[in-house]
Design a protein around this ligand. Structure first.
Ligand code: DMJ
Length: 478
């Protein structure tokens, strides 16, 4: 079934050529033509896996141990600390490789981590990014294969990040910490950067028996939650030393997004009932005060945290995750409506623009960051009811990405989505290895190695629960 809330052009596209042969989703029993049920989806999942392996081999050959490959030129770049690469793409890819049954590649990645990954670097790393990408990546790889060394590395890194929490009078982490000395800097921070730790730190605590990590992560979130205005909203920017908000803008978008994901995930992963309550309160107040309709479409622009008046007319692609979170927190209809907003953007511009003028419905920037939030929302909504329309929408997203972002040595960000053909950039962000390829693969039926009923992923797509250990190679068979 296709949602009635989808734009007409998209429905026509789905019913027409773009989805030919995909009349049923990965869970569906209705095959088309002479194909066996689900065969087309298996082919699509196999295609995702084969593209991932191809990109990995290019990374292996041209940028091994570097943070990110530039897939047009074949060069590389550092992400965390200039000149001190931490093998970001390798760590980001590990659990996706495992999920796809790319066992040799997974093992060469793990071997690299064990032989080369050392965090004793005299350089400043961004605490939030280091946690979601590296601590999360090492933890999920540990869960996949059970290697204790991966857990040790994750704990060593988390211990270094803890300095950023301990230095603040309110337990709000500074934005940067020197990995070797523990010196901190940049107290001017935001909700996402102070409140995206409970999943990784909670899991680390479970695995090591040390509650300090989760307590520190939750304390920072509670500090901000205690500052909610009478209409139940928080401003998105906050100071780690004064402990006070530094803007008036409430956001579900940039500066705040994963804070709200982690409220819900703390309930889902650890059964933290207090976090569930806060999550539900935040969703209810966001729906009451931030949800705005323009020409019938649902948007969540920034609003003043005390009055609820819109303070911006823009939305970024990053906000698409919120469609899935609305579904998870019990607001399915609103989640569907918000997803439809991004479906329309995909239909109008082929690639969802990075920043959108919500009243004019037009892109405000030309470049895009090879973003995963749309398939992220599709996955989270699909996990709720396994409805076929989500894999179908993700298939369109995947095919468009393949058409526009495939370069000589991998997948790249775009420099200009308004030209035809679109002008490519020259960078594959680390999250590409952790997020969208994993989401597509799962949505298209590649879930032999996880239990969909218990699957839980972090904001960076790391699998933190749901691995099926001991499943043999050949994960495409359902
Ligand atoms: C990812 O690093 C994470 O999803 C993060 O929470 C915000 N978005 C980027 C990818 O766009």
């Amino acid at each position: 079934m296709i949602s009635a809330d989808l734009p007409r052009r998209t429905i026509l596209k789905i019913l027409g050529g773009a989805f030919a042969g995909l009349a049923s989703g990965p869970s569906g029993a209705i095959g088309t033509g002479s194909s066996r049920p689900g065969e087309e989806w298996r082919t699509l999942a196999a295609d995702v896996r084969s593209e991932f392996r191809w990109a990995w081999r290019n990374y292996r050959e041209r940028a091994w141990g570097k943070d990110e490959i530039n897939p047009v030129s074949g060069s590389s770049r550092s992400f965390f600390i200039e000149g001190h690469d931490l093998g970001l793409s390798c760590v980001e890819a590990l659990d996706t490789l495992w999920l796809m049954g790319l066992d040799e590649e997974f093992q060469e990645g793990v071997d690299w981590v064990k032989a080369h990954l050392d965090f004793d670097i005299d350089g400043d790393a961004q605490v939030f990014e280091t946690n979601i990408r590296l601590v999360g990546g090492l933890l999920s790889a540990h869960l996949a294969c059970g290697d204790p060394m991966l857990l040790e590395r994750a704990q060593d890194l988390a211990n270094r990040l803890m300095k950023a929490f301990e230095a603040s009078p309110h337990g709000l982490p500074y934005r940067y910490v020197n990995l070797k000395t523990g010196a901190v800097r940049d107290p001017d921070t935001n909700l996402a950067e102070i409140g995206t730790y409970t999943s990784e730190f909670g899991l680390l605590g479970r695995l090591t028996g040390d509650d300090r990590y989760y307590s520190a992560a939750k304390r920072a979130m509670k500090h901000a939650l205690d500052l909610r205005s009478p209409i139940g909203l928080m401003a998105a920017n906050i100071h780690a030393e004064t402990g006070r908000f530094t803007s008036r803008n409430a956001s579900i978008d940039i500066y705040a997004d994963s804070f709200y994901e982690y409220l819900w995930d703390a309930w889902d992963l650890f059964g933290d009932i207090e976090m569930k309550g806060w999550s539900e309160e935040c969703s209810a107040q966001q729906l009451a005060h931030q949800a705005k309709r323009y020409d019938g479409r649902l948007w969540f622009p920034m609003v003043d945290f005390e009055s609820g008046e819109a303070t911006s007319g823009t939305q970024s692609e990053l906000a698409a995750y919120y469609a899935g979170l609305l579904g998870q927190t019990g607001h399915r209809a609103e989640g569907e409506a918000y997803l439809a907003t991004f479906v329309e953007m995909q239909s109008n511009f082929d690639v969802i623009p990075e920043i959108i003028d919500v009243r004019q419905r037009r892109p405000l920037t030309r470049g895009t960051g090879l973003r995963p939030e749309f398939p992220d929302a599709c996955l989270n909504l699909w996990l709720l009811d396994r409805n076929d329309r989500y894999p179908m929408l993700a298939a369109e997203h995947y095919r468009t990405m393949k058409r526009t972002s495939r370069a000589a040595y991998g997948y790249t960000s775009l420099a200009d989505i308004t030209t035809r053909p679109m002008k490519q950039g020259d960078n594959c962000p680390g999250y590409w290895w952790a997020e969208q390829m994993k989401y597509y693969y799962l949505l298209f039926g590649g879930h032999m190695r996880v239990d969909l009923d218990t699957l839980a992923v972090s904001t960076e797509g790391k699998i933190l629960r749901g691995f099926r250990r001991g499943v043999a190679k050949g994960s495409l068979r359902r």
